[in-house]
Design a protein around this ligand. Structure first.
Ligand SMILES: [Zn+2]
Length: 365
C-alpha cells in the first residue's frame, strides 16, 4: 500500500511551492504558483558546512548543539515512525507463511577495524526493510562477529513476533553458514556476492589475456549470465550443478549432457554464424576454463545459490544509507541509530527491480 507520507522524500504536499529559475521571489504569498519541494538535509552535508564556516571564521552554532536538538526532536520522531511501521509490517508477515528474507551487514569501515555495524533484514518478496539491528564490535568480541550477532538478534525478534521463514538469502559468511545449518533454516547464497567473493570474472579475464586463451573473451559475459540463469531456473542443488557444468559442453557446440539432472540445453537448435567461437576439448583455453569453473569451492557454492531472490535491493539500501550516515560519521551508536533509521522510514520501498540479472533464456551468445 503506497500512502502519501510526510516522511517520504518524494512526498510533495499540495500546498507546497517549487522554486524555479524564473521564480519571482518578491511575488505575493497569496498567489503560490510555484512549489517548494520538501527536502532532507543530510548530516554529512551539515558537517561539511560546519567545516566551511570554521575555515571562513563565520559564526555558526556548534555541531554539539545540532546533535542535542536532533536528539531531542528528530530522533524521537524517526524512532516512533520506524517502530510503528515495523510493528505493522511484522504483524502482516506473521499472518503469511514461508517468508523469504535477505540479510546483510553494513559496517562503518572495511576489514577488521569496524566499530559499528548495522544488520539489515529485508522481506525479499515485497522488497521491504523489516528489521535493522545495530551492533557494536566490543559487545561481541570483535568486528568479525558483528554480522553473526546482527542476524541472531534479527531472527530472535522475528521468532518473537511469530514470523515463519521459508529461507534466508545472505552472502557466504562462514559463521552464518554454520549457524543457519544448525538452526535448520534453509540458506541460500546471493549470486552477486558469490560471484564477487569467488572472483570468477576476474579470474576468467586474466585467463583470456593469455595468448592461447583469447577465444574466451567471446564467452566472458555469457558465463556470468549463465551463473544467474542457473540460480534462477533451478529447484535443487544437483540441478544447479548440472546446469552450471553444462556450459563446458555448450561452448564446444555440444548441447546434450551426461548428467540426467540437465540432459540437454533448453535453447532451440541453431546454426551459429560465428563458428570460430566454439572451443575445442584439450586446448589450453578449454582446460583452464574447465579448471576455473569446476573447482570444488565453486561447485559447493553453485549448489546453494538463491533460486528466487537476490539481495541487490539491500545493496541499494546500503548505498542510500551512506548518504544519511556516511561511514566516517559513525561517531557514536546513538548518532548511528537515528541516521540509519531515517532512510528506513522514508524509503518504504526501494526502486530496485528484483531479479534484474536473471535471464529468461539459457545462453546468450
Ligand atoms: Zn547449448
Amino acid at each position: 500500500m503506497i500512502v502519501e507520507d510526510p516522511h517520504d522524500v518524494t512526498y510533495d504536499p499540495p500546498h507546497s511551492v517549487t522554486l524555479t529559475e524564473s521564480t519571482d521571489v518578491t511575488m505575493e504569498p497569496s498567489s503560490p504558483i510555484h512549489k517548494i519541494s520538501t527536502c532532507i538535509v543530510y548530516e554529512n552535508c551539515l558537517l561539511e558546512l560546519f567545516e566551511i564556516f570554521q575555515a571562513m571564521q563565520l559564526q555558526l552554532y556548534k555541531y554539539t548543539t545540532f546533535r542535542r536538538l536532533a536528539r531531542s526532536f528528530i530522533k524521537p520522531a524517526i524512532v516512533y515512525r520506524w517502530k510503528t511501521m515495523q510493528d505493522a509490517t511484522l504483524e502482516q508477515l506473521s499472518q503469511q507463511q514461508n517468508v523469504i528474507l535477505g540479510g546483510d551487514m553494513r559496517a562503518d569501515s572495511p576489514g577488521h577495524s569496524a566499530k559499528y555495524g548495522s544488520y539489515t533484514m529485508v522481506d525479499l518478496r515485497n522488497n521491504m526493510i523489516i528489521d535493522l539491528q545495530l551492533v557494536k564490535s566490543n559487545e561481541v568480541g570483535g568486528s568479525y562477529h558483528m554480522e553473526m550477532e546482527g542476524l541472531k538478534r534479527s531472527l530472535a525478534l522475528l521468532e518473537e513476533r511469530g514470523v515463519t521463514l521459508d529461507s534466508i538469502v545472505t552472502d557466504r559468511h562462514p559463521q552464518i553458514q554454520t549457524f543457519l545449518k544448525e538452526t535448520r533454516i534453509k540458506h541460500y547464497y546471493d549470486v552477486w556476492h558469490t560471484e564477487k567473493v569467488l572472483g570468477l570474472s576476474k579470474k576468467l579475464v586474466l585467463i583470456s589475456k593469455n595468448k592461447d586463451c583469447d577465444i574466451l573473451k567471446k564467452w566472458l559475459q555469457s558465463i556470468k549470465n549463465h551463473m544467474y540463469w542457473t540460480a534462477a531456473s533451478s529447484t535443487s542443488g544437483p540441478e544447479r550443478v548440472a546446469k552450471w557444468t553444462s556450459i563446458l559442453n555448450h561452448i564446444r557446440d555440444v548441447h546434450t549432457h551426461e548428467d540426467p539432472a540437465f540432459p540437454q540445453c533448453l535453447h532451440a537448435p541453431r546454426t551459429s554464424r560465428d563458428k570460430s567461437k566454439w572451443l575445442k576439448a584439450g586446448t589450453e583455453a578449454f582446460c583452464k576454463l574447465e579448471k576455473a569453473l569446476t573447482n570444488k569451492r565453486i561447485l559447493k557454492d553453485v549448489e546453494k545459490m538463491s533460486p528466487h531472490h537476490q539481495t541487490s535491493s539491500l545493496e541499494a539500501f546500503h548505498r542510500v544509507i551512506l548518504r544519511f550516515a556516511p561511514k566516517w560519521s559513525f561517531l557514536f551508536l546513538e548518532c548511528c541509530a537515528d541516521s540509519t533509521l531515517l532512510p528506513c522510514t522514508s524509503m518504504k520501498m526501494l526502486g530496485v527491480p528484483k531479479q534484474h540479472h536473471q535471464l529468461v533464456s539459457c545462453y546468450t551468445e
